[in-house]
Design a protein around this ligand. Structure first.
Ligand code: CTP
Ligand code: CA
Length: 217
């Protein structure tokens, strides 16, 4: 049985006990991918940041996390046993250097938070990828989309990257639809129409399965 690791949703990086740095990711694309892989009989481990979404499928195990560090720990544990990795999470690029133990009191007119870079989950695992494993990444871009996506594909050792352009209406965060372009490590590019995220997920799964069956074992 094929085993799939998916990261999904945002990460929340704590500032103090009541505040965090997050983003507007809803997790819809990652959850739709989990369902699409499960519908094809794959065993799915979904490492999910905080979302409003619910999933009930016997083939999907949800591992709930909050921070990028927790997501990284869970993904690192699962990745060696997974045939396919899908990095759909909107991981916060930076986190507060330290979490305040107590709620930060309102004092001066300005407040400066020092942030440090989070671990790049996809890139770090990408360097550990075995030849028979297949890694899928996402890129959300506003400009020079193809160039940026290709650079990410190489930097993170992806086999396939799903490019979302924020210039396309109805694509990206919060929408129930998405418009994607798939770029392969081999240089192929496929542009898909705007469609519901469940259908986009099926297109991506179909591309992954076709690529895997083309890899000589
Ligand atoms: N990603 C990850 N861990 C991070 C940041 C990103 O695993 N700390 C993954 C995302 O899940 C996605 C891919 O890397 O599959 C690209 O994410 P993106 O935010 O577009 O890339 P960055 O390298 O963070 O570059 P930037 O935000 O500056 O465009
Ligand atoms: Ca980023």
């Amino acid at each position: 049985m094929m085993r799939v690791l998916i990261t999904a949703g945002p990460t929340y990086e704590p500032i103090d006990p009541v505040r965090f740095i997050g983003n507007r990711s809803t997790g819809k694309m990652g959850y739709a991918l989990a369902e699409a892989f499960a519908a094809r009989g794959a065993d799915v481990m979904l490492v999910s940041g905080p979302t409003q979404l619910q999933l009930q499928h016997p083939l999907i195990e949800v591992i709930a996390v909050q921070t990028a560090d927790e997501m990284y720990a869970a993904a690192t544990r699962i990745a060696p046993q997974a045939d396919v990795w899908v990095f759909a999470a909107a991981v916060a690029d930076y986190k507060p250097k330290s979490m305040a133990v107590n709620k930060i009191k309102k004092e001066g007119d300005t407040l400066t938070l020092e942030l440090v870079k989070n671990v790049d989950i996809a890139a770090t695992l990408g360097h550990l990828k075995r030849p028979e494993q297949f890694s899928v990444g996402f890129a959300l871009e506003t400009n020079d989309e193809e160039t940026h996506a290709r650079a990410k594909l190489q930097r993170k050792n992806f086999d396939l990257i799903v490019l979302n352009s924020l210039r396309d209406a109805g694509a990206g965060f919060g929408h129930d639809t998405n418009k994607v372009t798939l770029l392969t490590a081999g240089g192929q590019m496929t542009i898909f129409d705007l469609k519901p995220k469940a259908e986009v997920a099926r297109d991506i799964v179909q591309t992954v399965l076709a690529s895997l069956s083309a890899i000589p074992t």
